[in-house]
Design a protein around this ligand. Structure first.
Ligand code: FES
Ligand SMILES: [Fe+2]
Length: 398
């Protein structure tokens, strides 16, 4: 039998978070402020903010934010909360080259956040010094073409650290030469941490996904901690992908051992193979509910691109109503394991797991050396941001 390219596993694994961290409203309330309010979340691609005035809005935890390109070409992020009465100044995405005008009473802001003025200023705000009011700044940073935001103007983990931790591991793909093919939204009845941990668990690949991803077995994979992030290495691509009719991305070598999945702490990541490059991110929507969003790029000019994409994520064929809304398990006309879509297989597991967690009989048993140490790594960072033992919180296992 061929020798595995990866070193023998040695990292011990243990569950650090108490089960209540996965369903208690108090935990999520603290995460909104202490984790999502201070960590880096994926927002959009630089291509979405190509010219001056282009903006994208996102909501990170409890924080509505706007990211824009200013007149000098720099990216800026602000709290999308009007300094008058708090209306969200802009929504969706678009261009505000002439300034950001709040729809409620038409206060208008420059692209650097400064308040330019409002209607009837002389009559209604005679004493107001405009220079004392501006949109509150948030933080923004870019890795390759990925734009990240943080609601905190001075995040505890600065963007240079966030980026430096990943730099030596980045994908070889030149995303600028690829074409965006499709986006997906999944509604998942689980705590977002549960889905994140599933994404970091390489142990299940050969078993839960035996008909879709078909491994690799644990000894043929490894992962590396990159600061708080996590990078997963596989031995090469599965049979199915190697035989795919999709065009090969030239910079990538699908058969070489190398990084395949990048997890950016705490909620986003990239999956890259020889035929596609995909970004995914989680949007918590309650203690036991979240959305998974994905955007995917492939080689351009593939007439069969959409069909090829469906081959990768075939759940759409099994949606009863053909609705364009988020894909959810209750929309499927077959059992999730019959969709032959690895994303749906994962959703099925984490939703069942979410139910088990509520049982007083639930406890985490022995975890596998190394492959499940990725969960320990993730949970340690969660506890750095949200230390256990606060008001209304059960102590963590450690
Ligand atoms: S709330 Fe924005 S102008 Fe009044
Ligand atoms: Fe999975």
């Amino acid at each position: 039998m061929a020798q595995s390219p990866f070193a023998a596993p040695s990292r011990p694994a243990r569950q650090l978070l108490h089960r209540e961290a996965y369903f208690e409203a108090e935990w999520l309330a603290r995460e909104e402020t202490e984790l999502f309010g201070r960590a880096w979340s994926f927002a959009c691609m630089t291509d979405d903010l190509a010219g001056p005035g282009d903006y994208v809005t996102v909501k990170v935890g409890d924080w509505p934010l706007v990211i824009l390109r200013d007149k000098g070409g720099a990216l800026r992020a602000f709290h999308n909360v009007c300094r008058h009465r708090g209306m969200q100044v802009v929504e969706g995405c678009g261009n505000a080259a002439k300034g950001l005008t709040c729809p409620y009473h038409w206060w208008t802001y420059e692209l650097d956040g400064a308040l330019r003025g409002m209607p009837k200023r002389e009559a209604l705000f005679a004493d107001l010094d405009l220079s004392t009011i501006a949109l509150k700044p948030a933080s923004v940073g870019v890795i390759d073409r990925l734009v990240f935001v943080c609601p905190d103007a001075t995040p505890p983990d600065g963007f240079e650290t966030f980026k430096a931790d990943l730099e030596e591991h980045l994908w070889p793909h030149d995303v600028a030469k690829l074409e965006e093919t499709a986006s997906g939204r999944y509604r998942i009845a689980c705590n977002s941490k549960l889905f994140a941990e599933n994404a970091m668990d390489g142990y299940h690949l050969a078993y839960l996904h035996d008909r879709t991803l078909m491994g690799p077995d644990a000894e043929w994979q490894t992962w590396k901690a990159a600061g708080r992030h996590w990078v997963w290495y596989g031995p090469g691509e599965s049979e199915g992908r190697r035989n795919s009719t999709m065009k090969r991305i030239p910079e990538s070598d699908p058969d070489a051992p190398g990084p395949r999945v990048w997890w950016f702490f705490p909620t986003s990541g990239v999956i890259a193979t020889g035929v596609f490059w995909s970004v995914f991110w989680l949007v918590p929507d309650g203690p036991q509910s979240c959305f998974l969003d994905t955007r995917t790029w492939i080689m351009p000019d593939q007439a069969e691109a959409m069909k090829a994409y469906e081959d990768l994520f075939p759940a759409s064929r099994h949606r009863r109503d053909g609705s364009p809304d988020a894909i959810a398990l209750d929309q499927l006309d077959v059992h999730p394991m019959e969709t032959l879509d690895f994303q749906i297989e994962d959703m099925w597991v984490v939703e069942r797991l979410q139910e088990s967690l509520r049982s007083p009989a639930f406890e985490v048993g022995p975890l596998s050396l190394d492959t499940e140490a990725s969960l320990t790594h993730f949970q340690r960072s969660i506890l750095d941001y949200v230390p256990a033992g606060g008001r209304g919180m059960k102590a963590a296992a450690e």
